[in-house]
Ligand binder design. Sequence first.
Ligand code: ARG
Ligand code: ASP
Length: 764
Amino acid sequence: MNPVGYPINARSKIYLTITIANMLSMKLLVTRMQAFILALLVSIGSLQAKEGMWIPYLIGAVNADDMTAMGMEISAEDIYSINNSSLKDAIVHFGGGCTAELISKKGLLLTNHHCGYSQIQSHSSLKNDYLKNGFWAMNGKEELKNPGLTAAIVKYMREVTNQALMGVTATMPAAEREAKIQENIKSIVEAQKEPYEYEVKAFYYGNQYIFIAKEVFKDVRLVGAPPSSIGKYGADTDNWVWPRHTGDFSIFRVYADKENQPAEYSEENVPYTPLRHLMVNLGGTKPNDFTMVYGFPGTTNEYLPSNEIANIVNDYDPARIAVRDALLAILDKKMRENDETRIKYASKYARISNAWKKWQGEVLGLTATDAVGKKQKMEEQFEEAIAKNDVFTKEYSGLLKQMKSLYDERKPLTLERYMYLETMYYGNELVKHLLGYRGLVKLYEDGKDEELATEAAKFADRLDGFYKDYDVELDRQAMQALLPVYLKAASTEPLPEYLKGLKGKSPEQIEKYVNNLYAKALPVKDSEAWKQMLKENPKKAIKSLNKSDAMKLTMAGWDHFINVVNPKTRDYEDKLDVLQRKYLLALSEVFPTKMMYPDANSTLRVAYGKVHGYEPRDGVEYATHTYLDGVIEKYIPGDYEFDLPQKMLNLYNTKDYGRYADGDKMPVCFIASNHTTGGNSGSPALNGRGELIGLNFDRTWEGTMSDYNYDVSLCRNIMVDIRYVLFIVDKFAGAGYLVDEMDIVVPAIEEKKKEPVDMAPVGN
Ligand code: ARG
Ligand code: ASP
């Protein structure tokens, strides 16, 4: 038994040898770049862990044998095909940041509750509080439109490395290279004739370029959402945590014009008929079942050197966590004391705590798996192999060392950058708010009085949105805690005089300065007076604002960030990019059998793995599935995180689960070893037949490090069981007509009862 409990795939080994032979004989013929890509392709044959986010059109060449051996029953063509409809046609990039999937021939679209959150919120009012009570359209007429929301489907992807790199030379300076590539990309895109949207994305730090054509739908309507007490059950306490009991889903519908083409919202539009929609399987999963996740993962950094991982563990994450510790403590205290504040700050608190909690899990996981030590060991082998081989020595000697020292050299700058963002940009609402006045200040300074008057009046009309959820006292306290942190971090020369002045002040003086700043900050001192002043005397308003300490601090920090910190960061990034690009090439040559998948970059990917529990710490073992019993166990009447609707309690008491039950229990969530990241939220979890069995929405706390270091012993993605979703839609909401639209597969009882083949725990 290999360490992960997965069967070793004999066929892929054969494939590996054949391809290496082919590659060697071909190597003279192909360019270096192509050889690089080929090397990447052959290198995963010896994989044990199912780490990776793979490019859909390469599944046939790269992963299919492995996936089949793990339990996949469909072919690579079923996953991605250029000639026929395939699963790809059912996968949607939702609003550019999440994933969603088409689940009926009438354009029904499933995604997470937290992905549809802002749409649900925007339709909510005190009278119709859809966040609190849920929303269900009982027919097409009741669906709600969402201006600006898009649903993009990939039509095709193809490699364009040679075209993208045309005219690029090895010695070109980074900026020149980038400009040349952008010019090439522009001409590739301009040559296209179809009514699609196009992009060309860099993979492997620019060793490969892929062209992507997408059909972008612009009329996407809200169909249904459970109450937050289901869709966000457990809220921040349970976020990133297993065992989980959240029904994190919402339902939309894609509309098209009469020709089934994308169109802006119109009453004339009709439900979109997809090329493919997913079949829904009610059979559930058991430990060791094959699963895959098809979606749009956002960003990962899997090929950083060991010292940069150490910087994350020892410096970057702790510094950011500490700032948010302070901020969240201030918010939490007042939110607990005051109901009004709690409501105002619920969404802000959730946003701030999401990354805060993830970073803590990241540090924990990277430490527990000795990610730095493992990378160091690999780097030692890398250096040894380079020293032993003349060709490698000539090409790569000193590369890793240079890259590592550049990361370390950049460290103070990176810290300063993070601290500005954390303390001023995200951490202080007044600063963030005042940055919004830059346009008006410019009009004032340019003497464009008329334009200033029009814009200032419009601005004043929009201010209520900000005031509605703003607590000036809370924000003052935040500034008291965070300004000293920022002033300490701000050190890259040249520093603005204003900041230098503040850096010279004692803690007592700073405290006084902040109190005074808030007492005099016009926009938050008296909101009605300020709105009136903006409308009636915009020149006076902006003149006074400009003279205020609040605005001086805001602009000093911003100017320094934009004109000093950012350009210096970009210089480092340009240099690091060149080195990382070469490093990846070197890795593929030095370790020709090591797996190398491209980092996530918001393009369509397939991850695959198995339903598996894990051991988060000594003596604790996590099961793979949760049930409604667990939801009820966590129930705290009246609590803002763990309250439940009475109807849910009734359904539980009467065990009214219909065909969605698993025996006499109602399944809720499950975990598997699919490699996912932010952006994979809303992605379909598919079984070996490519049928929908769940909806991805999170990862386990100990495994959030997968963005830098996937480790199969701890990394799990969390999915809501599709049966729970349908149970809520049908039994809880009474919107069974939506389930009737879907194609439901109910597996035979015998098949469902089949014993798992291999239950070996992972990572032991
Ligand atoms: N952790 C998940 C993700 O990164 C879910 C976040 C939304 N839920 C929340 N309670 N804040 O997106
Ligand atoms: N919750 C994340 C998302 O919204 C998914 C993850 O980070 O695992 O995409």
